[in-house]
Write a protein that binds this ligand. Structure first.
Ligand code: NDP
Length: 320
């Protein structure tokens, strides 16, 4: 099979994970990384982001590993005019708008723009659609965690006296049991999750810090929040990773019998797993483009075999 020539835009957590995983693919070469910074710690050739369009003829798939907050809304369409792109845009409310913008840009350039891959959005979206299609009256709940939350960790670190801090969002196990039993309608986002904070601080400040965190409006006050004080050593040993995961639970009545479907992810590293999904969808994007398709696609519109490096006839023999 053809080797896909790939490149990366943006070298943060996700970009580094995509770089690692492209190297492990049987059918992909990494041409280079485009960055707004001139110096990156990598062996891969680095080019200025502003020069990307000059390399368009050498690249089959461009992985957009930029931030969702401002980078993607400002820059993704510009790339989609010149390249077949794959992003992990995760601002759920604005995905329809992003889809329209990327569709227009990709059609203008005759390319494919694969949008909002990753796990949520991404594999969770796929599972929400698949599972809810099975039930005439589906009850569906999504639970996130155990996972490191960047925004809540920042909020913890802004509390006076906190030297180091992280926050994990953890699904409430009782709520998952309720959802599987078909009683998910009463579960709110607040009752479905608990928050755990790990903080390094002077002992004299512990009581004030615990009070400040647990009463913080919106971030922590509505939740069942626990604050653990730990040493620098424990912080360094146990709290450097970026674990995440979650469950999509769907249940319903099927004419007198009740069934449930659960899709669960337990991720050792959020960026590594997000990259795994992005890279697989990059293969699909290149294949759709080779079939003559243009425009934007979400994960819902891509046949699963297009993600795999294994040929369809072998997949049918092996997996169907
Ligand atoms: P980062 O903040 O690590 O990187 C974002 C961008 O910031 C990079 O592309 C890079 O661009 C720049 N950057 C990174 N490190 C530095 C630095 N030290 N100094 C200056 N600039 C830097 O974000 P992540 O890679 O962790 O995440 C990217 C996006 O992935 C997130 O915004 C999130 O929306 C999305 N995501 C989606 C998921 C899903 O399931 N769909 C799951 C997880 C994340 P440059 O190289 O040009 O400087």
């Amino acid at each position: 099979p053809l080797t896909l020539r790939t490149a990366i835009v943006g070298y943060g957590n996700l970009g580094k994970s995509v770089e690692k995983l492209i190297r492990a693919q049987p059918d992909m070469d990494l041409v280079g990384i485009f960055s707004r910074r001139s110096e990156l710690d990598t062996d891969t050739p680095v080019f200025p982001a502003a020069s990307a369009a000059d390399h368009a003829q050498d690249i089959d798939v461009l992985f957009l590993c930029l931030g969702s907050a401002t980078d993607i809304p400002e820059q993704a369409a510009g790339y989609a005019r010149h390249f077949t792109t794959v992003d992990t845009y995760d601002n759920h409310q604005l995905i329809p708008e992003h889809y329209a913008t990327m569709d227009a840009a990709a059609r203008e350039g005759g390319h494919v723009a694969m949008i909002s891959t990753g796990w949520d959005p991404g594999l969770f979206s796929l599972n929400r659609t698949l599972a809810s299609a099975l039930f005439p009256d589906a009850q569906q709940n999504t639970f996130w965690g155990k996972g490191l939350s960047q925004g809540h960790s920042d909020a913890v670190r802004r509390v006076p006296g906190v030297r180091r801090g992280v926050q994990y969002t953890i699904p409430n196990e009782d709520a998952i049991v309720e959802a599987k039993a078909g009683r998910g309608a009463e579960i709110s986002a607040t009752s479905a999750h608990v928050r755990e904070c790990y903080v390094v601080a002077d002992e004299a400040d512990h009581a004030d810090i615990r009070e400040a965190i647990t009463t913080m409006p919106d971030y922590f006050a509505p939740y069942d929040t626990t604050v653990h004080f730990i040493s620098d050593e424990v912080f360094e040993r146990d709290h450097q990773g970026m674990p995440h995961g979650g469950h999509v639970v769907t249940s319903g009545d099927l004419g007198g019998s009740c069934s449930s479907v659960e899709f669960a992810l337990k991720l050792g590293s959020n960026p590594d797993f997000t990259a795994a999904s992005q890279v697989a969808y990059g293969r699909a994007a290149a294949r759709l483009k080779a079939e003559g398709k243009t425009g934007a696609f979400t994960v819902l519109e891509v046949a699963p075999y297009l993600l795999s490096p294994v040929a369809l006839d072998e997949l049918i023999r092996r997996d169907v």
